[in-house]
Design a protein around this ligand. Structure first.
Ligand SMILES: Nc1nc2c(ncn2[C@@H]2O[C@H](COP(=O)(O)OP(=O)(O)OP(=O)(O)O)[C@@H](O)[C@H]2O)c(=O)[nH]1
Length: 735
């Protein structure tokens, strides 16, 4: 077992069952200390750990920290003493809410790992992490295979082109099935699994794995250690292991070699040239190198198995992370060439710390960072001063003197930066990079385009589907509540806060009941404000079903005279589109000044926020401005008001409809209760799409209107809950 930190750098404190390291003031010239920050970038792995809720991500992360020597006691989710679930709510509820970054070393590699939440309400948190990761580990409950939320996060990882490894966890659980899980990976995720291991036993008899790359048997037994799984037996397969096991292992290894040769030309050539006589004699290094190439090219996904809770198989997973997942250099990032050695970083998370203020998590793509230096935020167009630079160790952070490209760092002192902002060293460096970008694309950039080029694409935040009013205990506390909400919004872009124009009440909009509940709880605990939440309501939307007649509208007196003519039609492309899609005829675009065009856009945008039926925001509507006549001297707000009213009239004519958010459910239930579940779904206006078999259980795939899910939400015998994924949040049905 290696120890990542020299004992002189850290003091140890104990809390309940665990021991934590707390930073002591150290001279930064300590050589061991420096080795912490001078990792060669080819040895860095920025990876995420993602899965359906409760698959065992946090438990697996906890084991990794333990085996890497960062913790001296095994944290347990059920005891609420894990390192990555450090928020009070996470420890109490036993779930991950915020993704947490931890850094540790394993076999000469620096691993920056982000433990992401599995609950559907925090899907945006997963997406934010995937944006800055180079690779990911998908954890599965081996008794359930691919579950609903796994599909969602898998699709997100596909979008970000993140190479993955699969880890079939919970092999110790009764009902765990390696074959079933591999089958569901093939069928549901539509990928080729590359089986690198075979389990030895399953459920209570699960003792270890056969490593098919090295042809070795790896056993974690009670006799081999004190039960923490740090020590295990590894030996080549021998005749004494029994003919059945030997045959099974030989067949599986042969199949693996064949599959690798099929997917990797270099390996196929080697196999033909040097190994045709005895293909099974292929050296493990050659096989590993080919598996790495296959993983990086997304041709197949390595599959490993184990039991994090019973301390089996995690070290081999850590080996696989360092062997098969990419280093920061292997990612395809165009913008890196524009910045050269200049700093370019993306802020992917903001945390508010009571003592230190906002802490910004950044991924450094090029250049380096130093504390006490100024940086330029391209999105906010402002210079900011960073006071301290930290390496993230969950709730403990270690101060460092500098950090190079490829790493994940924490910055203290930035006041303006929010999640998704791009940070560079100066405005001048941004300008130089922009020129290079323009040269590359062969276009001359205007200032707006220049900025667009340089801002690293952030994460698309889906529109919230729930909202409620929030009130402070007294009017005097309103300012404190506003401040708290600003801080929480900086941390969590999926939280939206609005003021009701009629009542003046503050409205909290979130991604689900749990999301709003957690925010309410955080305001109470972290900001010491006892707030009152109004009843939770579903956020509906409005759209149109037909194209509307062209309209004329004239507003105002002689001084303010406008005649606008516009048409609307439903958007039929891939949706949903929640912003107005505005089209101008070519003639208009040339005729109208930028000022007038901006005023038109403002008017249409305002009108889009409140549909004509129930004042819900609009989606999937294309607006074409056919003509616009403006009397000289007309004010811009009058133009906005005119087109806004014009649009409302057109929408009424175009058959406005209310859209209702629908939730996709996956309900695992035993055969005896299936009929009760189906009856309940029918009562909730749900429609059943498919009923599958999962070992002894039935899995019902259904969709139910979100509003119906809030009534009697708890179905005691439903084992696996619901999910809304990015696609489904945006799939509304007409009612
Ligand atoms: N039997 C068994 N239980 C496990 C294993 N790994 C985790 N668990 C249990 O599964 C539950 C969920 O574990 P977590 O590690 O919190 O799962 P998670 O995926 O991080 O959960 P969220 O972050 O809330 O999505 C806990 O009760 C763990 O003790 C395992 O290998 N075997």
């Amino acid at each position: 077992m290696s120890t990542a930190f020299p004992s002189s750098t850290l003091a140890v404190t104990s809390s309940k069952n665990s021991i934590r390291f707390v930073r002591q003031d150290l001279p930064l010239t300590n050589p061991c200390w420096l080795s912490l920050i001078t990792s060669c970038s080819s040895k860095i792995r920025n990876i995420g750990i993602m899965a359906h809720i409760d698959a065992g991500k946090t438990t697996t992360t906890e084991r990794m920290l333990y085996y890497a020597g960062y913790t001296r006691a095994l944290g347990d989710v059920d005891d609420g003493d894990t390192v990555t679930d450090f928020m009070a709510q996470e420890r109490e509820r036993g779930i991950t809410i915020q993704s947490a970054a931890v850094t540790f070393d394993w076999k000469n590699h620096r691993i920056n790992l982000i433990d992401t939440p599995g609950h559907v309400d925090f899907t945006v948190e997963v997406e934010r992490s995937l944006r800055v990761l180079d690779g990911a580990v998908a954890v599965f409950d081996a008794s359930a295979g691919v579950e609903a939320q796994t599909l969602t996060v898998w699709r997100q990882a596909d979008e970000h082109r993140v190479p993955r490894i699969c880890f079939l966890n919970k092999m110790d659980k009764p009902g765990a099935s390696f074959c079933y899980s591999v089958d569901s990976i093939k069928k549901k995720l539509k990928v080729k699994p590359l089986l690198l291991q075979l389990p030895i036993g399953a459920g209570r008899t699960f003792t270890g794995v056969i490593d098919l790359v090295t042809s070795e048997k790896v056993i974690w037994g009670p006799k081999t250690s004190d039960g923490d799984g740090a020590v295990f037996n590894r030996h080549p397969l021998v005749t004494a292991d029994g003919p059945n096991l030997l045959k099974e292992a030989r067949d599986a290894r042969y199949a693996l070699i064949e599959q690798v040769a099929d997917l990797d030309d270099e390996f196929a050539e080697l196999a033909l040239r040097e190994l045709c006589e005895n293909i099974e004699a292929v050296p493990a290094e050659k096989l590993n190198a080919a598996i790495r190439r296959i993983t990086l090219s997304h041709a197949a996904v390595p599959v490993l198995c184990g039991s994090a809770l019973k301390n089996k198989g995690v070290q081999l997973l850590m080996d696989a992370i360092s062997m098969y997942l990419p280093s920061p250099n292997e990612g395809q990032h165009d913008f890196k060439q524009w910045y050269g050695d200049d700093l370019c970083a993306l802020a992917f998370k903001v945390l508010h710390d009571k003592q230190r203020g906002p802490i910004v998590f950044v991924r450094i793509y090029s250049g380096s960072m130093k504390p006490q230096s100024a940086v330029y935020n391209i999105n906010k167009n402002c210079m900011e001063r960073m006071s301290r630079l930290l390496l993230p160790f969950a709730d403990q952070q270690i101060e460092i003197p500098s950090l190079q490209a490829g790493n994940i760092a924490l910055l203290v002192g930035l006041k303006q930066t929010a999640t998704g902002d791009t940070i560079v060293s100066s405005k001048a460096s941004a300008a130089v990079a922009s020129q290079r970008a323009a040269k590359d694309s062969g276009k001359k950039c205007d200032q707006n385009r220049e900025q667009e080029n340089l801002v690293l694409a952030g994460v698309e935040i889906p529109e919230p589907v729930f909202f409620c009013t929030i009130e402070p205990p007294s009017l005097a506390k309103q300012a404190d509540l506003d401040r708290a909400l600003i801080c929480l919004q900086r941390e969590d872009p999926s939280l939206k806060v609005k003021i009701d124009p009629d009542s003046g009440q503050t409205i909290l909009c979130g991604m689900g009941e749990l999301h709003i509940d957690i925010i309410h709880d955080r305001i109470k605990r972290e900001y010491k404000i006892e707030t009152h939440l109004g009843p939770l309501q579903v956020a509906y939307r409005e759209t149109i079903s037909i194209s509307a007649n062209t309209l004329d509208r004239t507003v105002g007196s002689k001084r303010n005279l406008i005649t606008a003519e516009l048409s609307v039609r439903p958007w039929l492309g891939e949706g949903p589109v929640t912003k107005p899609l505005i089209e101008f005829s070519d003639v208009l675009q040339e005729q109208l000044s930028t000022e007038i065009l901006d005023a038109v856009e403002n008017g249409l945008n305002t009108s889009f926020l409140q549909g004509p039926l129930l004042n819900f925001p609009l989606q999937d509507v294309v607006v074409t401005l056919e003509s616009l006549h403006v009397h000289p001297g007309t004010s811009m707000p009058m133009i906005s008001a005119c087109v806004s009213r014009c649009l409302q009239k057109a929408l009424r004519r175009a058959g406005s409809q209310v859209l209702e958010p629908v939730m996709n459910l996956e309900i695992t239930v035993d055969e005896d209760h299936l009929s009760v579940v189906l009856a309940d779904l029918a009562q909730r206006r749900g429609s059943v799409q498919e009923i599958q078999s999962r070992q002894d259980n039935r899995v019902v795939l259904a969709c139910v209107p979100l509003a119906e899910m809030m009534v009697n939400y708890e179905l005691s015998w439903i084992l696996v809950l619901l999910f809304i994924d990015k696609v489904h949040i945006s799939t509304f049905i007409f009612c």
